[in-house]
Design a protein around this ligand. Structure first.
Ligand code: MOS
Length: 744
């Protein structure tokens, strides 16, 4: 029934593509508002200490400057202390902008200059004089790691490492083959194309309509309501388009707070846009130092896995990730010991960044597995097959589905892996050494409780809506595909509305869970409309469907017809006319099945194969070929799905070779806070990327067997590239990104 129109599973152009390329799509800072004031944020120049004075007199003397907000004159709202929270905050005490004179990280917002024009605000901000008293700060994880601690509380969605299994220390001591190493991952910042921005529209009745750069309009809405003591109907967040986010838009960022504060005080619409360098003044992928010990038999079978990680967090929140748990999941092993600790540094709290935890942890374990492959002299793919596990051994559960074996096989075939000479430095072309490496990828297949509404109009047009975002993943399109198939409509008869807090309840878009969550909710709502419509059809006078049951009819081309006699049927329009209704509508909630959650583990998997070419004299690495074979359940739209995986791989190339936010520990500040010095892969860095979707049937996770694709593409990619660099050069580099200086 689902495939009546055949949209699901077929490559479909983005339904919002035209709006995006014509500029019709509006982003947070692009909504036109009359009498708008512009806010410019002043950032702290020190990493720790106190503001002793802020002199805004020169700024205030400029014509057109409306106000300069600081901790000294910020509004004293009663809600400021206890209600300052957001849906995805880690445990701790969230940073509150302009709360007091304390400075807890470099780049902290310390003032907002508001003016009638953007340029006036920017000029005035340069005239504000701030004096500080500095305290000693510390941003160096190598020093703070000695004070690392086990995070106190479980953060929702983040599973602490499971208790040890077997005796990993003893098994390691007795293992004939041992691999041991320390692996480092640098801090990375998200740098989406659209910087963070909020346009707060102050309506005549004092209500706020907010265009915020966010992955969760309802999270921003709840946050603003609770912080400013507003009822939920006084605040509406409308953000239909998001110019990339990668996790940076999960938590409300400070520009939202500042813009709302100013709008409420000035009773005027206010826009605050952060500059590119201010994009380095909030969350980031934390720095991590990991140690891994693998003990194995000479045939490569793992006897012991020990994986320890210490990761940075801020001085005020315990940001947590799932880093080491993957080592307990990927391979069969009876003796496993995992530890995870945090170390506080004087920066802002890290935040989720594409495949948080997995991108970090799997990079380390998959590098170590490559080292083991060389230690035992077994092909890296064969080593993984010898240690393959059919079950989640840590939780003693079966997988809902797992086609990783097929990923290895199909990926290796497409890449031509069988012709690989395992000897490092064995391939050369011109002045370049050529290397081939591979790694495994994995990501959890989440589903979150989500509601959706479907409204079928008498003219045969269908509206579906839910509050979720589309951060570029293709959510508009897959929801339209699912709705069109479920009700048997052409896709151009379906309008999807998302990114509005007044729409049915949805969590933030993150964790790769939106396709499964919002997708299922839309399907359930459309099914409900279908049932109502069918009921009306049977009730019609002389209905040809009077004796039919739902299983024996099809919904196609805007009609309900008998499946075995498609000439017999009634159009939706006639059904609704006969019933005397203009619309048939339903709102439904979808949630993961309790039994599935208790009995099964759901993950997507991948096998990544990489070819690098390394200029031996210059140390320059080119990633000339990547094949990524992904098993992620039902692929709703191979076109947008492929884009997600390519994006993840490009992210992985950045992680492997380029992306690194460098701290000057003397200043406690990120120094390369711009796209000239923070290097992300550009067109010239990207060559041949080939994505394979391995067929995977999953009948346990959710009705359509969807696993999600937003993050799996990055996981393992950096390790595959690092392993290829070892194969090319014979040099094992355990510190990512692998920059020229480390290769030479
Ligand atoms: Mo993703 S880091 O869950 O936005």
């Amino acid at each position: 029934m689902l495939k009546a129109q055949g949209y699901v599973g077929a490559p479909q152009n983005r339904v919002d593509g035209r709006a995006k390329v014509t500029g019709e799509a509006r982003y947070a800072a692009e909504f036109e508002v009359p009498d708008l004031a512009y806010g410019i944020v002043i950032s702290s120049a020190i990493a720790k200490g106190r503001i002793t004075s802020i002199d805004a007199s020169a700024a205030l003397a400029i014509p057109g400057v409306v106000q300069v907000f600081t901790h000294e004159n910020r509004p004293r709202t009663a809600w400021f202390d206890r209600s300052y929270r957001d849906d995805v905050a880690p445990p701790g005490s969230p940073f509150r902008p302009l709360y007091d004179e304390q400075v807890v990280y470099s780049g902290q917002p310390i003032a907002l200059v508001v003016a009638d024009e953007f340029e006036i605000a920017a000029h005035a901000a340069s005239l504000v004089r701030v004096e500080y008293e500095t305290d000693t700060h510390m941003t160096d994880l190598d020093i703070k790691r000695s004070e690392a601690y086990v995070p106190p509380k479980k953060r929702s969605g983040v599973t602490p490492p499971p208790s040890p299994r077997g005796d990993a220390d003893q098994a390691f001591a007795q293992a004939p083959v041992k691999v041991h190493g320390e692996y480092r991952i640098a801090i990375e910042h998200h740098n989406p194309m659209e910087p963070h921005a909020s346009t707060v529209v102050y309506e005549e009745d004092g209500k706020l309509t907010i265009h915020d750069k966010t992955q969760g309009v309802q999270n921003s809405q709840r946050y603003v309501s609770s912080v400013f003591g507003l009822s939920s109907d006084q605040v509406r967040v409308v953000s239909p388009f998001v110019g990339g986010a990668f996790g940076s838009g999960l938590r409300p960022q400070y520009q939202l707070f500042l813009a709302v504060m100013a709008a409420l005080e000035l009773k005027r619409s206010v826009r605050v846009v952060l500059t590119r360098d201010q994009m380095f003044t909030f969350g980031y992928r934390p720095q991590a130092i990991q140690t891994i010990s693998l003990g194995a038999n000479p045939d490569g079978t793992l006897q012991s896995i020990m994986h320890d990680a210490v990761q940075t967090t801020s001085s005020f929140e315990d940001y947590q990730e799932v880093i080491v748990n993957w080592s307990n999941l990927l391979y069969h092993c009876d003796n496993v010991k995992l530890t995870y600790k945090l170390a506080q540094v004087d920066t802002y709290t890290p935040s989720d960044m594409r495949a948080p935890g997995a991108a970090t942890g799997v990079t380390a374990i998959e590098t170590a597995m490559d080292e083991l492959a060389y230690a035992v002299g077994i092909d890296p793919v064969e080593l993984r097959l010898r240690n393959y596990t059919e079950a989640d051994e840590a939780n003693k559960r079966d997988f809902t589905s797992k086609e990783l074996r097929a990923c290895y096989q199909l990926g290796a075939e497409r890449f031509g892996w069988s012709t690989r000479n395992p000897q490092p430095r064995s391939m050369r072309e011109g002045r370049e050494l050529v290397g081939w490496g591979m790694a495994t990828g994995v990501w959890e297949a989440f589903m979150q409780k989500t509601a959706a509404r479907a409204v079928l109009h008498a003219d045969g047009h269908l509206d579906v809506s839910t509050a979720t975002s589309d951060i570029g993943t293709g959510t508009y399109t897959i929801l339209a595909q699912i709705a069109a198939d479920t009700l048997g409509l052409a896709i151009n008869k379906v309008t999807t509305r998302i990114g509005d807090s007044s729409l049915p309840k949805s969590p933030v878009q993150g964790g790769s869970w939106t396709a499964a969550s919002a997708g299922t909710a839309v399907q359930v709502a459309c099914r409900s409309v279908r049932e109502t419509l069918f009921k009306y059809a049977r009730e019609m006078d002389g209905s040809p469907l009077a004796n039919a049951s739902l299983e024996h009819v099809s919904f196609a081309d805007g009609r309900i017809v008998l499946t075995n006699d498609p000439e017999t049927g009634i159009s939706f329009t006639d059904i609704m006319r006969a019933k005397g209704v203009d619309t048939v509508e339903a709102e439904e909630m979808a949630a993961p099945g309790m039994m599935t959650s208790l009995r099964y583990s759901g993950y997507s998997h991948s096998a990544i194969f990489a070819e690098v070419r390394v200029d031996e004299e210059l140390g320059i690495v080119r990633v000339t070929r990547i094949v990524n074979a992904v098993a992620a359940g039902t692929i709703l739209n191979p076109k947008t799905a492929r884009s997600q995986i390519i994006g993840g791989i490009v992210f992985g190339i950045g992680m492997a070779l380029e992306e690194e936010s460098l701290l000057d520990h003397n200043l406690g500040r990120f120094m390369n806070h711009n796209l000239a010095e923070y290097h992300v892969p550009v067109n010239a860095d990207i060559h041949d990327i080939d994505v394979i979707f391995v067929s995977e049937h999953d009948d346990k996770l959710n009705p359509m067997g969807i696993k999600g694709l937003g993050e799996i593409g990055i996981v393992g990619t950096a390790a595959a590239i690092g392993n290829a660099i070892f194969h090319a050069t014979g040099k094992r580099i355990r510190e990512y990104p692998i920059t020229v200086d480390k290769i030479l």
